[in-house]
Design a protein around this ligand. Sequence first.
Ligand code: NDP
Length: 344
Amino acid sequence: KTILVTGANSFIGTWIVQDLLEKGYNVRGTVRSQAKEAQVLDGVSKDYHSRISFVHINDITTDSFDEAVKGVHGIIHVASPFHFNVTDPEKDLILPAINGTLGVLKAAHAYNQNNDNTIKRVVITSSFASIFDPSKGLRPGYSYTEKDWSPVTYEQGAAAKNEPMMAYRASKVCAERAAWDFIDKEKPSFTIATICEPLVFGPRAGGFRSLDDINTSNASVRGLVTSGKDAPMLETRVPFEVDVRDVAHTHTAALERSTDTSERYLIAAGTWSFQEIADLVHESTVIPDNIKNTTPVGIKGQSLPDHYEIDSSKAKKDLGITFIPLKKTMEDLIVQLADLQTML
Ligand code: NDP
């Protein structure tokens, strides 16, 4: 069976590709160029290369997925902009997120109608951003579940020219809402699963070849560990994380789950803070000195203020997900960052 993965070269997408190939699927990946194909191939075992093919989709905002969905049995839609180099929030973040999601769903629905409903399930990478209510702050005592929806609107995102985080949050909640509206209105023969995760950290499949390979969430860890021993500690805004490899497993498990219903899943491994990462770096026996020497010490052991919880019990129960602890996630990531620092 062949599974389509959009944004196959992304930090999360490449691990999903690897996971699918390990499970015996063929993978068709969408990427923007041949150089991005290499990014995927570098991240997966050579033994599997013959089972990967590519389709180029240069801009998910406007380009059709009709060719990409032909002959596939399932889809994992990962592609969506996650960066803060924003001049026009609508054009740079919100429209690609919404149109990309709708483009995939429309193409899959049209294909199924003419081809015996071969596409069974579409898994969509959403985000904790589509669940979390930023106006409520740290909200001690509250536990977020799949029933929560972010109140952030398209209009708020579009107006957030100087607040790219808000624009990104709008892009994710609007894209996920568009997906559920599509399911309600069009009633396609496939089901969907949306995966909502907070900050995703971890190693890059295949390692980092340049600074451009570092995605937005891992870039904050690099920022910390290269800021200098006496630098002030960074503020932790969203105190939950999950390892990229667990995010990949969640997507493939949601794809494989035999069910007639569409589902939303919220996952988090646990809490983190920049101080906790700094402590972990200084105590680690595997992180090299070039990184220890540029990581701030801060106030060792200082804990976060009281905050909300994230309830991942549904994903654990339905999908059998277990979570990699922060120490392993960070050591695997920071050892790769240390290698990159020596290359620069
Ligand atoms: P990356 O920046 O590595 O991946 C983004 C992917 O989307 C890339 O493949 C990129 O292609 C593609 N893309 C973006 N805009 C367009 C466009 N207009 N046309 C075509 N392709 C486009 O980030 P991540 O792996 O971190 O993110 C992947 C997904 O996970 C996103 O949906 C993101 O919202 C979600 N997510 C990420 C979290 C995190 O902490 N990392 C947390 C929660 C959700 P190219 O490389 O060519 O630009």
